[in-house]
Design a protein around this ligand. Structure first.
Ligand code: ZN
Length: 181
């Protein structure tokens, strides 16, 4: 498929699937903002050279948070896009704490592109903790989230230094804000 077609299709697909979903933050931004940020981080990281990965960035929460199936992603896009999205999807049948534990345990075993996507995702989430903290999240809960994101990111290193820098900067800013300096 033509790359521009693939990306515009991924954008429209994600916007439609997440149409009624908002970010957890107090500003309740449209969910597509998060997906656009993740895709843009990835596009910058690969300098536009990996359209499937950028499309996976736009689609990365469809399996976890919407009714979308893996087969649907294969049909609408391709096997590679579906496979990267599957790799970054939690098993929703497990309790939340177990899913969080497994993200840490599995991070180092992901493929390089899935590691990049996860780093971009965590970077966007950490930025959100600062710019629009989830309503009702105490400082402790936010601090705990940053700590957990750092634990996941530890397993994602060694693939893309620039993405690691973006993550580290977002984590450092979040820690600074949370510690009240
Ligand atoms: Zn996400």
């Amino acid at each position: 498929m033509d790359e521009i077609l693939l990306l515009t299709r991924a954008f429209a697909f994600a916007a439609e699937k997440h149409a009624h979903q908002r970010r957890k933050g107090e500003d309740a931004e449209p969910y597509i903002n998060h997906l656009a940020e993740v895709a843009n981080l990835l596009a910058t990281a690969v300098q536009g050279r990996d359209a499937n990965l950028i499309a996976a960035g736009l689609l990365h929460d469809t399996l976890e948070d919407t009714e979308t199936t893996r087969d649907e992603l294969v049909r609408a896009f391709n096997e590679d896009v579906a496979s990267v999205v599957s790799e970054v999807t939690d098993d929703k049948s497990l309790p939340k704490q177990e899913r969080k534990r497994l993200q840490v345990a599995h991070a180092a075993h992901k493929t390089d592109r899935a590691k990049m996507l996860k780093l971009a995702d965590k970077t966007s989430n950490l930025r959100g903790i600062v710019t629009s903290p989830p309503a009702g999240w105490s400082i402790e809960r936010r601090t705990e989230y940053v700590r957990w994101a750092r634990d996941v990111a530890a397993g994602l290193r060694g693939v893309h230094p620039w993405l690691e820098e973006q993550f580290d900067a977002a984590a450092a800013t979040a820690e600074k804000v949370l510690s009240g300096d």
